[in-house]
Design a protein around this ligand. Structure first.
Ligand code: HAM
Length: 416
């Protein structure tokens, strides 16, 4: 039996890969304007980075990591998300020594052993940003705006921004008590996952997909925020308002990773079945210190590229394709054919996308092929042209043709 790809993974074939190129190119360009620079970190890291960073009791670390012992008996995990690795690199390379705020972006595959469904994969891809060294709420608003700008420039309609403040360790501690006080009498009504989350990570209970009906009247984190957290939250909101960005406050937005403090946010869009979160992020003051660095505040987001691509498809957004072929070159007869390799090489180095036949096919098959690949011109080199150092160029759309000096072919193509 032939070998198939592992469950929850995808092949991106020509034809759809252009969507990915478009997303990445757009996101990179938005980052350039917001002055974020690219960082590339390893796809695998020491497992401890994620258990310490993402959180021992999160679903991601408890159930979803691809963890293995390497041949040196070290516990290694494929990265389930991008932030922990970027924080590690920031610490390891002492980027906190830089005088300015450090603004980074990354893109690449992430791995989570989840049950695959529409918009949920085991290998998926994120585009993310992380900004270190600023507690100023203006950067929270900037990061939220950056993500939204990416969606907008991709042509997505109706992306909603939800925000919340998850406070600091103290306010979360007080809230945890209040939440448990509310949940305890309902424990027997809740699903098994929630019952175990109550013991390990009670805030995550609020995220449950099936128990929402039992949460009517649940205490809200926002009522437990101290002055500093509230002031920060208010400032983030007023920056967003000043930028003209609409958002809604979702008091139950807690996120699935443990490192968040203060601002938490998600981007939502319809079009992928039950799943509507296409990106999310927040502030993580304390994480850099936890990973072992001099403590520095941080904030960022991760955009799910599969989900973004799915919504682009659902909304029928037109994707610009950059694989247009200018010339299909045909040599007629052995002498002419022999020359095509050099001509193609010359054209390609002059910046022109071109193609030829490699299967010794007949003229008719070659013309069909030129049609299939949608070449703008067919350039035909026969004995007669060869003798005159010329080539016949035919515009496929109109059928118009003319003879062009071989030496001037590249310039002619560029100017037509
Ligand atoms: P996250 O919410 O776990 O956050 O993931 C961010 C996005 O990745 C999600 O909104 C979703 O679009 C996509 N995603 C997550 N899991 C899957 C999956 N199994 N299949 C397809 N797409 C998926 C983080 O990862 C944080 N590191 C974001 C962040 C950066 N926070 C601060 N900085």
């Amino acid at each position: 039996m032939s070998i198939q790809r592992p469950k929850g993974t995808q092949d991106f074939l020509p034809g759809t890969v252009e969507v990915w190129q478009f997303i990445e190119k757009t996101a990179r360009d938005v980052c350039r304007r917001f002055h974020y620079q690219e960082i590339r970190t390893p796809i695998f890291e020491h497992t401890e980075l994620f258990s310490r960073g993402v959180g021992e009791t999160t679903d991601i670390v408890e159930k979803e990591m691809y963890t293995f012992l390497d041949k040196g008996n070290r516990s290694i995990s494929l990265r389930p998300e991008g932030t922990a690795g970027v924080v590690r690199a920031y610490v390891e390379n002492k980027l906190y020594g830089e005088p300015d705020v450090c603004k980074l972006y990354y893109t690449g595959p992430m791995f989570r052993y989840e049950q695959p469904q529409a918009g949920r994969f085991r290998q998926f891809h994120q585009f993310g940003v992380e900004a270190f060294g600023a507690t100023d709420p203006s950067i929270d608003a900037e990061v939220i705006a950056l993500g939204l700008t990416i969606y907008e420039e991709l042509g997505l309609k109706g992306v909603r921004v939800e925000i919340n403040s998850v406070g600091n360790a103290e306010s979360r501690g007080a809230y945890r008590e209040a939440l448990l006080g509310f949940l305890e009498p309902k424990r027997h009504l809740l699903c098994r996952d929630c019952q175990s989350r109550m013991d390990r990570n009670p805030l995550r209970v609020l995220d449950c997909k099936v128990d929402q009906a039992h949460f009517v009247g649940v205490p809200e984190l926002i009522d437990y925020l101290d002055e500093e957290c509230l002031t920060h939250f208010e400032a983030v909101k007023s920056h967003l308002t000043a930028m003209g960005i609409s958002f809604s406050i979702n008091p139950r937005l807690v996120r699935g990773l443990d490192y968040y403090t203060l601002t938490a946010f998600e981007y939502k869009a319809e079009g992928i079945g039950a799943i509507d979160t296409i990106g999310g992020g927040g502030r993580y003051n304390g994480l850099v210190g936890q990973i072992g660095g001099q403590d520095q505040p941080g904030i960022g987001f991760g955009i799910g590229l599969e989900r973004t691509a799915l919504v682009l498809g659902a909304q029928g957004v037109d994707i610009p394709r950059e694989n247009e072929l200018a010339v299909y070159l045909i040599g007629m007869g052995d002498a002419a054919e022999a020359k095509t390799t050099a001509i193609l090489y010359q054209l390609r180095r002059a910046g022109i996308a071109c193609e030829k036949d490699y299967q010794n096919r007949k003229m008719k098959a070659r013309m069909k092929s030129a049609d299939r690949v949608q070449a703008r011109f067919v350039a035909i080199l026969g004995d007669e042209e060869l003798a005159a150092d010329e080539i016949t160029v035919k515009r496929m759309e109109t059928g118009d043709q003319e003879r062009v000096p071989l030496a001037g072919l590249a310039d002619w193509i560029k100017s037509h």
